[in-house]
Each structure stands twice: as C-alpha cells, then as structure tokens.
Ligand binder design. Sequence first.
Ligand code: GLP
Length: 241
Amino acid sequence: MSKLEAPQETKTGQLRAHLLALIDRELQPGEKLPTERDLAEQFGVSRLTVRRAVDRLETDQLVYRVQGAGTFVSHKSIAKTIELTSFSEDMRSRGLEPGSRLIDAAQVPAGARVGFALGISPADPVVRIRRVRTANGTPMCLEHSYVPIAIAPGLLDQPMDGSLYDVLERAYKIRLERADQSIKATVLELEEAELLAVRPLAPALLVERVTYDQRGRAAELAKSIYRGDRYSYEITIHREG
Ligand code: GLP
C-alpha cells in the first residue's frame, strides 16, 4: 500500500505493524508495552482503536494484560502470526495486478461438506462464487468461495469482478480476523486445466481456507487451486529462543 495515504485504516495498519515489530525485535518476554494513551497520541488514533489492536495481539497470545499494571509481551513467538491476506493483496504485494473472471455465482444449499466447514446446516443457503483469478491478466488460480447468506444477504447483487474481501468488509462491515488454512499438492482435472490455460493433470496447489469474522462466525470457505508453475507460497518464519 502506498505510504502517501494516511486514512484511519492505514494508521491502524501502521499501529499493528509497529506493535508487531516492537514485540518481535525490541521487547523481551515479560516487558511492558507503551500505554494506550501514548500509542493513541503517537499514531493519532483513538484509544478505542489502540485497544482493538491490543485485543487482537492478546487473542493471538502475543501479549497478556495484568489489571492495573499494563500489557506485557508473552512468551510466545510472533512467528506464529501470519498475515491474513486476500488474493488481491497477495498479488499486489508481489507487484502484480490482480484480476477476476467470474465463472458463475449462485445461491445453493450448503450441503454436508461445506455446511460442516462453515458450522451451518446442510440445508442453509450459501452463495457459491467460482472465479478464475488472474495476475497481470494471466490465469493464476481457480477459486471457489462459499459465503453463508446469513452473513451477507444480497451478496449476489454485489460486484464480483474485484475483491471479495473488500465487498465483505465494506458492504457488510465484516472484519475478517483469522483463518484456518491447509495447503496440499494436487493435479488439475480437465475442466480446471482449461480454465487455467495449462495441460490436464498439470501440478497445482490446493489451498483450503475457512475465514472467521470478528464475532467468530465462519464467513467464507474457499477452495483455491493455484497453478504449480506460477505460484509459490512464501512465508518468513523465526526460530524460537
Ligand atoms: C484468498 C483466500 C480466499 C479468498 C480470497 C479473497 O485467495 N484463499 O479464501 O476468497 O483470498 O480474495 P479477493 O478479496 O481478492 O477476492
């Protein structure tokens, strides 16, 4: 994201990045974080915003609060936190322009597997969105998303050519907070290979993610099939101690 923008969202992001860096590099386990008031002043945000950022760190068990004394760095490593990003953000961070080609979108019953993953009953309606995701115009990934109607009524009327996370966050005020994700090797079936413009049985990465909102509700199940020749999953990890 450009450093020129400084809306509230950016400041909140900067605050979070600052706190993560502070915990990772400067403070020892057991050391105290700056006070809410100091952080609010430093970043020009409200104390409520600071509290939310610290709440999140507490949920991730990176800090703990002691009543009347302050907030302290816990003994867990920051390496366990990986940013929850959308496809669009992911591509932009690699300097690529994200795109979306809608295959279809429909309201369907969740069914047993999707319902189980989302914690709803098989008969409950979900919006199923199938998209080819592109990077600089080249097919990169085939993405099947399932969003419970109860979470996002009228989702089918929203634009589907951009970022789904943006729609959920802006139109429905859903704050996507955490996700459970698995990554597996797979090969592309005939139809999948055609959509991704590669040969059938080409290797691919299957990423399955259930994303939860600020209330702990499952907001999306997504099955993303990435071209093995185009995509690599890269993270930075730290050794404890
Ligand atoms: C990633 C996630 C999907 C999610 C998508 C949203 O690919 N694995 O679960 O649907 O991001 O991306 P965007 O907001 O660009 O539509």
